[in-house]
Design a protein around this ligand. Sequence first.
Ligand code: GDP
Ligand code: MG
Ligand code: K
Length: 297
Amino acid sequence: MPKDYKSGFVAVIGRPNVGKSTLINSLIGQKIAIMSDKPQTTRNRIMCVLTKPDAQLVFLDTPGIHKPIDKLGEYMVKAAEGTLQEVDAIIFVVDANEKFGPGEHYILERLKSTKKPVVLAINKVDLLEDKEALLPIITNYNGKYDFAATVPISALEENNLEGLLDEVKKYLPKGPQYYPEDMVTDQPERLIIAEMVREKVLHLTRDEVPHSIAVDVDEMKIRDNGDNYVRVTIYVERDSQKGIIIGKKGAMLKEIGAQARQDVQMLLGGKVFLDLWVKVKKDWRNRENILKGFGFE
Ligand code: GDP
Ligand code: MG
Ligand code: K
């Protein structure tokens, strides 16, 4: 390891859908960061490790920075803001094709309470028909906040990601490789699997069920024939939501299972039997004791 090796923590923040997870996944080269915009718990502050010859960067996908609307939201915002105080640098991702809005304004206000360097990543530049359009975006953002750097990128097409990394690396302290080179995430498999299922539920039901659904992996084992067996419970608040998730003659749940199984198989390797259950747990969002049961601090 070179003697000026650097290592540190980097928070990736931004409104839903701007491309935070895509960015982290592109950097890491694997689908680890969860693509759902409605993460269920503070636990999925997913940590991804990127090891380079000159630096090791640990990325934290912090989905919770938005106006809280209920108890769950409050927990998440607190956790996300805590993260901002722990990191060495922050990447603020915005979408080049979206106007500056209240979401961005809210985040910039939150950022004022941190002294950490913030690198602005203007994402989805591949969708800009006229690259000249970048200049006013850059000027506008830099008029509102003192960014450490501004870097236009395409997370999806992996454009200028090295340029972004170079800017971020400037703000990392000298330090050792904390994590083994081949380690890309600290997430227990169970939590990743729960998020994979949850992502499919929200996607396939087209938001007909609220983000208040929770998913727990109850059991994971390897059967005698070598196949993986995973039993998962999806918790909803109302019978009607249970009905939507199960679908006509169970068709929806079957589709959720089929799609989630593919992701889980990629994660675990080998064959996976995914045993999905749906249970009603009334109004869990606003009942703190139940929140604690789901692992909230
Ligand atoms: P997040 O909510 O901020 O984590 O956003 P995601 O990473 O889940 O991305 C939201 C959507 O934007 C997905 O459909 C991505 O494929 C898409 N997306 C992300 N980055 C880019 C990009 O650079 N270019 C284009 N065209 N689409 C992108
Ligand atoms: Mg995301
Ligand atoms: K600041």
